[in-house]
Ligand binder design. Structure first.
Ligand code: PMP
Length: 396
């Protein structure tokens, strides 16, 4: 693809992270559990890069970082680990209607195990309704899990207010920070979360590695049992090369995040303005201001998101429709439906996510090609009203 605008789905690994991790694949390859010198090298690497992840989120204690295989596993550990630990105390968990599919499916699994799950609704911008959240809390509520931002429409959630509600009611609070971790700095001391999910690839580290921040003193049950690695919270020999790459990527991201977010926000705003100006019947999904600096999510009347993506693909442009992680399903996005869109409206969506290697020329190219693609699809669509077809034909 000549223009890649699908950074929420996958990011390239930063070459600086690759060069740092490769020696741990074939030279310093020992297992940290081994007592020989090579094992000590691996243990030192684990300590060094665990500290970098802790610094990335301003966690005071590196031991609060539990390495996992990625965000899905971290979410499983947070939700199932909490549910199993506290099931005698309470059986009620609160999530939002627009969580990532991994959280939604874990919630369904817990419901099958006898837990009650409430889903906080969102407003038309995809921002959770704080008034409703507080009303859902009961004396059986053990956990609130709400993502820092929507991985689909990019709406940024009022995490500080949610954490204050959780503290007030003495309920554990978990947030999946994956959608925002490359553009919004995380400070777990400023916003007191109990658990926070991180993914390595979302900050340009390798795949197959992630972490759960587990605040000191917070106890949950492990879900993977074995040799007792990660203080017993996640057994299995550590993925040392992955951890090194993840740690290096976090170090770089911490340094560059503010500049990168400002640069992407300018490109994002240019794209949003350009689309609204050149394409009739186009609507920005998500909040106009409280949105991730790299997220552009649009809905176009009368056409299908799938045909739009395929037409863009023919032009060498990679974008996504609906949810970046499961765009191959034909179901309309649960997030858009929760925001009040009709099924038909939700189907005409385009998700664009910018990243470290997005250039202004990429935005210009999309702005040059998209209006014509939308026009061509609309002229073919039986849903397009005659007055819009007439308007399009008059311009020719
Ligand atoms: N949470 C969010 C918000 C995501 O966007 C994703 C997908 N990138 C995940 C969790 C799951 O990540 P993974 O597939 O790497 O486990």
């Amino acid at each position: 693809m000549s223009v890649y605008l699908d950074y929420q789905a996958a990011k390239p690994v930063d070459v600086r992270a690759i060069s740092e991790m490769t020696i741990y694949l074939n030279q310093k390859f020992a297992n940290p559990a081994s007592l020989h010198c090579d094992g000590d090298d691996a243990t030192d690497a684990l300590m060094k890069y665990r500290r970098k992840i802790a610094e990335f989120i301003n966690a005071p204690d590196p031991d609060s970082i539990i390495f996992t295989s990625g965000a899905t596993e971290s979410n499983n550990l947070a939700l199932i680990g909490t549910a199993m630990r506290y099931r005698k105390k309470g059986d009620h968990i609160i999530i939002s209607e627009i969580e990532h599919i991994s959280i939604l499916n874990i919630a369904k699994y817990l419901e099958r195990q006898g837990f009650n799950v409430s889903r906080v609704p969102v407003n038309q911008y995809g921002i959770i309704r704080l008034d409703k959240l507080e009303r859902l809390i009961t004396d059986k509520t053990i956990l609130i899990s709400i993502a820092t931002a929507s991985n689909e429409v990019g709406s940024i959630q009022p995490i500080k207010e949610i954490s204050e509600i959780a503290v007030k009611h003495k309920i554990l609070f978990h947030t999946d920070a994956v959608a925002s971790e490359s553009v919004i700095p995380i400070d777990v001391q400023e916003i007191p979360v109990d658990m926070l999910t991180l993914s390595s690839n979302d900050i340009y580290g390798p795949r197959g590695i992630g972490a759960l921040y587990l605040k000191k003193g917070v106890r949950i049950n492990p879900i993977i049992i074995g040799g007792g690695q990660e203080r017993g919270m996640r057994s299995g020999s550590e993925n040392v090369p992955g951890i090194v790459g993840f740690g290096k990527a976090a170090e770089i991201m911490k340094r560059e995040i503010n500049d990168e977010a400002s640069r992407l926000q300018i490109l994002r705003d240019k794209l949003i303005k350009g689309i609204l100006e050149t394409i009739p019947n186009s609507y920005l999904n998500g909040h106009p201001e409280k949105r991730l600096p790299h997220n552009v999510h649009f809905r176009f009347d009368f056409i299908e998101g799938e045909s739009l993506i395929l037409s863009l693909k023919d032009e060498g442009i990679a974008a996504a429709t609906g949810s970046a992680c499961s765009s191959k399903t034909l179901e309309p996005s649960h997030t858009l439906i929760a925001m009040g869109l009709l099924h038909m409206e939700a189907h005409g969506s385009l998700a664009i996510t910018l990243g470290r290697y997005t250039k202004e020329e990429d935005i210009n190219e999309l702005l040059e090609k998209l209006p014509n693609i939308v026009k061509r699809l609309r002229l073919l669509s039986p849903l397009t009203p005659p007055d819009l077809i007439k308007k399009y034909n008059e311009v020719n």
